[in-house]
Ligand binder design. Structure first.
Ligand SMILES: Cc1ncc(COP(=O)(O)O)c(C=O)c1O
Length: 384
């Protein structure tokens, strides 16, 4: 008997494995981020690296220490007052989760009960906004990672804009995997995280805030320190931060953004789309059913599929025998589906081959009649 792996592989949709350069950035010489003027300049450089990725030239861009949940909560806290009517585009775990945040801050969420297996239909969103005349805020998740449903941000933003509502977008799992243009498309607040397609460690939230969202935050006047845009802005203008910034996380994010700039956005985005098609083809060649009905409705960063045995059991088997970590899901999908990541460096031929072959081998071990070699071949051919 021998152990079948010497090193683990983390093929989950965030946190992801870290590229070598990002790991190296984590062991750079540390500093005092509050006092070192050079660090402040470096923070500003990272903001400048983010702007083109978000299309945020007029919007303010901040990086805060804290998980992406911090950004989501800040976006709601600074836009929702008691009684604010909010259309929650609820076709996923995080999509419907926005309703809880809205209620927590006294708002009145409208939840249309959309299918989790399809992108939200922009014309259906338009009909709701036409009918519910006084919707002030709309929340949308671009890529809802737990089910891997992908929404058409550009089209939905256009509709929301034409109705004069504020748009809050969770782009935690789509930043650095697809085109985003907050200024041109009229996105008021967009939230990102460091540990998804950016392949940096968890711990940072990224925010872009439009002029309208900034003004609304002033009107809402939420009593908060940590989530207060104005306090942030005042400190940045003075050349500092309202609390201790994490130097190592900023170095890691900088390295990750430089990698993306060096490769070129077009290549990065095409690589993710090709990986999405390849994973789907590989999964189907193993006889498994993708959870999302159509490939175009699937996130460019992760693929979910139904498992022939409870997902936690299959995942535990793969982890213990092969040292590969795949993800399950939450809530109603917890036992039903498994997810494989193609975020950042995982949208690559080696990762596709490793994922499909290990999954196939495990299914064979468990008595399922699957053609592992054929599935890997199909996936890799699709990635060409
Ligand atoms: C779409 C989406 N939004 C928000 C989050 C929350 O991110 P965090 O766990 O970093 O707070 C996640 C995490 O998986 C996510 O997938």
């Amino acid at each position: 008997m021998f152990k079948r792996f010497a090193q683990r592989r983390i093929l989950t949709p965030g946190p992801t494995e870290l590229p070598h350069g990002v790991k190296a950035a984590l062991v750079r010489e540390t500093t005092n981020p509050d006092l070192d003027p050079q660090f402040f300049q470096e923070y500003k450089q990272v903001i400048e690296l983010l702007r083109p990725l978000l299309g945020a030239w007029q919007s303010r861009v901040y990086i805060w220490v804290g998980e992406a949940m911090l950004g989501l909560e800040a976006a709601v806290a600074n836009a929702v007052r008691p009684g604010t009517k909010v259309l929650v585009i609820d076709n996923g775990v995080y999509g419907s989760g926005f309703a809880d945040l809205v209620k927590m801050y006294g708002g009145n969420p409208i939840t249309p009960g959309l299918s989790w297996r399809r992108s939200a239909d922009p014309s259906a969103i338009e009909r709701i906004l036409d009918k519910e005349k006084d919707v002030e805020v709309v929340t949308l998740v671009h890529c809802d990672t737990p089910s891997t449903v992908y929404n058409n941000l550009r089209e939905i933003a256009k509709i929301v804009s034409s109705h004069g509502a504020y748009l809050i977008v969770d782009a935690v799992s789509s930043i650095a995997a697809d085109e985003i243009r907050v200024d041109d498309w009229g996105v008021d607040v967009l939230i990102g995280g460091s540990q998804k397609a950016l392949n940096a460690p968890p711990g940072l939230t990224i925010l872009s805030i439009s002029k309208r969202a900034w003004d609304r935050a002033l009107e809402v006047a939420r009593p908060s320190f940590y989530m207060n845009y104005q306090i942030w802005e005042e400190w940045l203008e003075k050349g500092g931060f309202p609390y201790t910034m994490s130097d190592v996380l900023i170095y890691a994010l900088k390295e990750s953004l430089q990698r993306i700039h060096n490769e070129g956005f077009e290549s990065v985005f095409q690589r993710h789309k090709a990986a999405r098609a390849a994973f789907r083809a590989g999964i189907e060649a193993l006889g498994l059913e993708p959870y999302i009905e159509r490939v175009d409705d699937t996130c460019p960063t992760a693929t979910a599929f139904k498992t022939p045995l409870p997902s936690p059991e299959l995942r535990r088997f793969i982890w213990e025998k092969y040292g590969v970590l795949f993800a399950g899901s939450w809530g109603p999908l917890e036992r039903e589906i498994m997810r494989i990541s193609h975020m950042g460096i995982q949208a690559s031929a080696d990762s596709i081959a490793a994922s499909i072959s290990i999954l196939g081998a495990a299914l064979r071990d468990l008595g399922f009649n699957v053609q592992v070699g054929k599935a890997v071949e199909v996936a890799i051919e699709t990635f060409r």
